[in-house]
Design a protein around this ligand. Structure first.
Ligand SMILES: NC(=O)c1ccc[n+]([C@@H]2O[C@H](COP(=O)([O-])OP(=O)(O)OC[C@H]3O[C@@H](n4cnc5c(N)ncnc54)[C@H](O)[C@@H]3O)[C@@H](O)[C@H]2O)c1
Ligand SMILES: O=C(O)CC[C@@H](O)C(=O)O
Length: 396
């Protein structure tokens, strides 16, 4: 059995998959993998036995990715697994920003005694809203969530303007041609009646929406943040609301500065909290973990390149290394010098790291032992793992 440590409430779909594939998800000692949702891993000690950390979800700012990368630990997420759930809550938030539904519900509940229908009818004037149709939605970040939100807003008869300088090809294909592509974020902020942010929390996006950007927005506009606390400077947002430079702020991330403000709606980080999204994400996470631990295939990694090849030979060696010159030369020379024939070699690099997966048929026990220790001694090699087909890990 291979031990997997889990944090948070992971859907049974993912846990059952792991249990059925030879993993012990209850034994927390010497884990080979960690499966989590929002647990802050910066506060945890990650044992040396760990080879993979999988985030069941999209955002991975709760994981010390830079440190784990130096240790040869692959970090995965489940892109798109909960995008539809976040899209739906974003659309609900748009409606809550246009219609005073929350206040109206409270009012209706308070109208007790006497002729209830008359009392509600005569006082409902205070709960008039506006329509989304014909208004402009600005979408910042057109990835898995943002692209879905943008397309759905078109179906609500909104005009949509989007901004994403790092748009990937897969997502670009999904974006409706009627969505206007802004040249810069300022253009989105100036034109939109509603602005929704769907970007990851990383250093460059810390307080991405700050006082300066809020000033560009129309005073009657509403801002939505279902991405992460910290992407919007909440103090600046409160100041903008207080000075009527912003009409409304809806966020999925509670913050002391925002409580008890009639212009703010806070939800408790429930964007991805649907049964469907939790099941889909957990199953994706479990499969990614199993695939890496048993075959060396890397799918949806956030720190190393993806390499996903059919396992058609008897053995494989996966080598995580730095992305520096002559690594492939040294690795293939090593196999040749030790009389090991390479059937196939796949190599990909991303940023400062690279991954080389070597497929082998004839591999004696002595060669396997030697590969483990000797390959790790090549400068810039971070970690080597060996795999035996069918799906039987033989090394550590
Ligand atoms: N509330 C929730 O429960 C919940 C659920 C899922 C995701 N999220 C958050 O939403 C974020 C987005 O999710 P996703 O699945 O769409 O991720 P994604 O990786 O598919 O898309 C993010 C997009 O943002 C773009 N981007 C990054 N920085 C940008 C910037 N400064 N300006 C414009 N575009 C920028 C990227 O190029 C990318 O296309 C996640 O990182 C996560 O933090 C929250
Ligand atoms: O696990 C969750 O419920 C939150 C997930 C969400 O924040 C994400 O980034 O995917």
């Amino acid at each position: 059995m291979t031990n997997i440590k889990t944090y948070n409430a992971i859907s049974g779909k993912g846990l059952d998959y792991l249990s059925q594939h030879g993993y012990d998800i209850n034994a927390q000692d010497s884990p080979k993998g960690i499966l989590l949702r929002s647990q802050n891993l910066f506060d945890e000690v990650i044992p040396d036995t760990v080879r993979a950390v999988v985030r069941s979800g999209a955002g991975f700012n709760n994981i010390p990715v830079a440190d784990l990368s130096k240790r040869g630990i692959v970090v995965f997420n489940t892109p798109g697994g909960n995008a539809n759930a976040v899209k739906e809550l974003t659309i609900a938030s748009l409606i809550l920003a246009a219609r005073p539904v929350v206040g109206a519900i409270k009012f209706a509940n308070q109208t007790r005694g006497g002729d209830v229908s008359l009392r509600t009818e005569s006082n409902k004037g205070g709960y008039r809203g506006t329509e989304l149709a014909g208004k402009t939605l600005g979408v910042i970040g057109l990835g898995n969530v943002g692209s879905k939100v943008a397309n759905t807003a078109l179906a609500l008869d909104m005009d949509v303007i989007g901004y994403d300088p790092g748009l990937n090809a897969n997502t670009a294909w999904r974006i409706d041609r009627h969505i206007v592509h802004a040249r810069n974020v300022e253009e989105v902020l100036r034109r939109a009646d509603y602005v929704t942010v769907h970007i990851p929390m990383e250093e460059k996006n810390d307080h991405f929406i700050d006082a300066g950007k809020l000033q560009l927005m129309k005073p009657e506009a509403a801002l939505l943040n279902l991405s992460r606390g910290g992407i919007v400077d909440d103090h600046a947002a409160k100041a903008a609301l207080d000075s009527d430079q912003l009409r409304m702020y809806i966020t999925d991330f509670a913050d002391d500065v925002l409580f008890d403000n009639p212009k703010v709606i806070i939800t408790p980080h429930i964007g991805g909290s649907t049964i469907e999204a939790e099941d889909t994400s957990a199953l994706m996470a479990a499969k990614e973990l199993d695939e890496y631990l048993t075959s060396g295939n890397i799918i949806n990694s956030v720190n190393y390149p993806d390499v996903n090849e059919p396992f058609t030979t008897n053995y494989r060696v996966g080598i995580i290394h730095e992305n520096v010159p002559n690594m492939i030369g040294q690795i293939s020379a090593f196999f040749g010098d030790n009389g090991i024939n390479i059937e196939q070699l796949s190599n990909r690099a991303v940023g400062q790291y690279a991954y080389t997966l070597v497929a082998i048929n004839d591999f004696t026990s002595a060669q396997q032992e030697h590969v483990k220790t000797a390959l790790d001694e090549i400068p810039h090699v971070i970690l080597t793992r060996r795999y035996q087909n069918p799906n039987m890990m033989i090394g550590d």
